[in-house]
Design a protein. Sequence first.
Length: 487
Amino acid sequence: MINGKTSHWWHQLGQPSRRPGLPGDLTVDVAIVGAGFTGLWTAYYLKQARPNLKIAVIEQEHAGYGASGRNGGWLTNSITGGREQYLKQSGFAAFLRRSGLGRLPGGFGGGLASGSTSGPVSRDTVERFQTLFNQTVTEVMRVAELEGVDADIKRGGEFNVAYTPAQEARLRRFAAAEQRWRSTDLQLLEASEARAKINVAGTRAAIWHPHCARIHPAKLVSGLAEAVTRLGVTIYEGTRAIELESGQVITDHGTVRADFVVRATEGFTANLKGLKRLWLPMNSSMIATEPIAPEIWDEIGWREGETLGDFAHVYMYAQRTADDRIAFGGRGVPYRYGSRTDNDGTTQPVTAQTLGDLLRRFFPQLQNTRIEHLWSGVLGVPRDWSATVGLDRSTGIAWAGGYVGTGVAATNLAGRTLTDLIIGERSELTEMPWVDHRARRWEFEPLRWIATRGLYTAYGVADRQEFAGRKTTSPIAKIADVITGRH
């Protein structure tokens, strides 16, 4: 089994040759820090809007080295990704609760809203926001086709399953809440119908919506990097940004001066001077199997490119890859003390065992299937678990991130929104609820380490109790919900 090497996606594609680093001090119109999806989409749309802009992208390793080249390949319509920590909470509810407009029916509130700042949000605005996310899935596919990027994209929707009584109860409440909104397009599937789609052992019910596609992340991010390069954007790799200031980026290779500086560092934001507590770098781990035999696929189904998740408290995510593997993700060690980030995706081998056991619980047919690759990545988590995009005009510093694990589509909408903010064009995008949203910083150590590790331990215990036969949500999970704000 390969451990690390950035990700299975990059190992399969081949590690890229590094582009040259920053040659010294430089002056540009826009300096973007981070050559992941956020930075590259921003550069792409800025060049579409203003071809004469001089744009430099500063990257510590290579384009797509971070979460953009390590994720589960879900091009999905999630607003904020809060469900990755909480029980499939509605992104709608997070914004409604934060704005004081209440909760969705079914009891799904927002998370950790203390310290958040945003203005009132109308129901119609939230409906439109979700519609924009739905359309963003199509927009990414459009650009990939336009730019000749073959990223193994297959639009099969997002499928989430419940396989314990407690999970089923949560799933049904969630489905009822989501179906009260026009823009979710969510379907509730009973057991037989769900198993006909994907034959997960013990399925009791499932939900599905059409606004999701499976992708190969490294193919998409590398193709996007090539596209922006063709447009005249320069990507400087192997160049570490140390500090962002008004009008400049200080790096280990020189200083880049610019009218606008875009912070597109997501889970690596804590590495910048003065920003260690801004966003928590949360780790997520993945395994990839060997290619699976056709006769086993005949038993499993999973023919339409659906992405797969569940209703456990510690959430998993998976896809059937274009070459008939299963890429399967979840939590390993969720957080490293002091907001440290990983080294090339290397993670604890026991994580492969944990994820492999869960994979075989889903699909007993895979008892003899080898795990070929294990890796991890880091994602950015704001204190209120809500994604944000914005521009401080007094300093010229813009930002986007905090996607909490569902950034493949969100980064595209963020890039288009940043483009409008930077060129000064007021648009529907700049009026959406996440624009200029800010949350208070995370606590000092050791409080954030204790809290994060403790909460994931509690949710893990709750999942084991429910899998052992508990019919209702574990009280341990309910206590953790109160602490996190998901109550």
